[in-house]
Design a protein around this ligand. Sequence first.
Ligand code: SF4
Ligand code: SF4
Length: 72
Amino acid sequence: MVVKSWKSEDVGCQIDIDHDLCDGDGECQDSCPTECFEIVDKKATVPNIDECIECCACQEACPTGALKHSSC
Ligand code: SF4
Ligand code: SF4
């Protein structure tokens, strides 16, 4: 298990992504209305987490259970 974490002080939330489980299919990126995600080397990253509106679409879209959002 290789869990990477992104935290937003502005929003007060955190996204954890297990890069062992992430297959880079981009479902989280496609589902996010505010373009928080970027796929790097076939793994999801969240460079724009400060734009998050806590809609939970990313967690719901992830087919592997790799992505956990602290508000969802
Ligand atoms: S909770 Fe919504 S706005 Fe926030 S990163 Fe996930 S899809 Fe994007
Ligand atoms: S939806 Fe899940 S498995 Fe797909 S890229 Fe995003 S975190 Fe990885």
